[in-house]
Design a protein around this ligand. Structure first.
Ligand code: FPP
Ligand code: MG
Length: 340
């Protein structure tokens, strides 16, 4: 890490340029047909195999966290490369499955893989990327320490995603339930990125714990903002269809908050969500109106602020090296102010 902290965009672009080639070489190691569909997901080539974009798609937040957590405990950035690669591969694997589960047809501004190649291809490409992640970490130093952390996080991720589907099915709607989903499905992989990075850098248990807790809180803050963008974001910047969460009657965090309480708006929103099948366009607009009237957007943003502040408290407890700490704080800011 240089003396002057980099800005958020630079940190993320440089993390992407470090892990991009590593991910690509993992994908290149897959057998040919599954390699082809995995590369389609990343946008590296078109269906006919013609080269497209060579850059790593997505924000590369998790790899950036892993690389910086390693440096925060005095490790060399290269020590965290396998961890950074593994968390980004798990993330992409989980998105392939998530878009199927959510019936979402757009990801990063392109058709979701399942919408182009079908359910089987996308499911199996997700499986391949997940095991490519395990492979990357298994071949790294300190894997006896890091592997259990990755494997446990993936189990919690799966639990979080499953809880999310239960919420959608209408069982146990509530803010606490929605927060538990965010903590598991997003907080866990952020925590994992930071903890793996710290362990790769030689952190003791206490520092690894606090960096993991930093990532966990930051991941929850990230999901709060993600859910805000899911309703009020611009699909041209997020690359995901705005209002798809509402259309599919998803209990995202602002919705859970808006539904809590006994105001007429909360009741009206609950009854809108009780209908079968996807919400119609006019019902989506009505839902947005009701949510806005409850100030649930502001409440969710405040919640994100609280988690971000708590994340920074854990960062300080990890006694991080100053420049890496400053850059982790820059990333925490990026999470809060992003529009994509
Ligand atoms: C996106 O949530 C989804 C996640 C953060 C986690 C998904 C986890 C799994 C599918 C289980 C793990 C599976 C494997 C193979 C490792 P979202 O739908 O709120 O976000 P979005 O708007 O970006 O779709
Ligand atoms: Mg989704």
């Amino acid at each position: 890490v240089s003396e002057t902290p980099r800005d958020g965009a630079t940190i993320l672009t440089q993390a992407a340029s470090i892990v991009g080639p590593l991910i690509r070489s993992r994908v290149n190691g897959l057998p040919p047909e599954i390699r082809h569909v995995a590369g389609l997901h990343f946008g590296w080539w078109a269906e006919d195999g013609a080269a497209r974009d060579a850059e790593l798609d997505g924000k590369a937040l998790r790899p950036a966290l892993a690389l910086l957590a390693c440096q925060a405990v005095g490790g060399a950035p290269k020590d965290a490369r396998p961890a950074a690669t593994a968390v980004e591969l798990v993330h992409n694997a989980s998105l392939l499955h998530d878009d199927i589960i959510d019936h979402d047809t757009l990801r990063r501004g392109r058709p979701a893989l399942w919408a182009v190649k079908g359910l089987s291809a996308a499911l199996l490409a997700g499986d391949a990327l997940f095991f490519a992640a395990v492979h990357a970490l298994a071949e790294s130093d300190r894997s006896a320490q890091t592997m259990p952390v990755l494997l446990r996080s993936v189990q919690l991720l799966i639990e979080g995603e499953y809880l999310d589907t239960l919420l959608e099915a209408g069982s146990g709607i509530g803010e606490d339930r929605a927060m538990a989903v965010a903590a598991a499905k997003t907080g866990e992989l952020f925590a994992c990125a930071c903890e793996l990075g710290a362990l790769a850098g030689g952190a003791d248990a206490a520092r690894a714990h606090h960096l993991g807790a930093f990532g966990h809180r930051l991941g929850i803050a990230f999901q709060c903002i993600d859910d805000i963008l899911g309703i009020w974001g611009n699909d041209a910047t997020t690359g995901k269809p705005t209002c798809s969460d509402l259309r599919s009657r998803k209990i995202s965090l602002p919705v859970a908050t808006a539904m809590a309480g006994s105001t007429p708006q909360a009741q009206a929103l609950r009854s809108l969500y009780r209908q079968d099948g996807p919400l119609r366009e006019e019902d989506c607009l009505r839902a947005v109106e009701l949510i806005e009237q409850t100030s649930a957007k502001e409440a969710t943003a405040r919640r994100a602020q609280r988690y971000s502040a708590d994340a920074l408290r854990h960062l300080a407890l990890a006694r991080p090296c100053p420049t890496a700490a400053a850059e982790l704080a820059v990333l925490a800011d990026f999470v809060m102010i992003r529009d994509r």
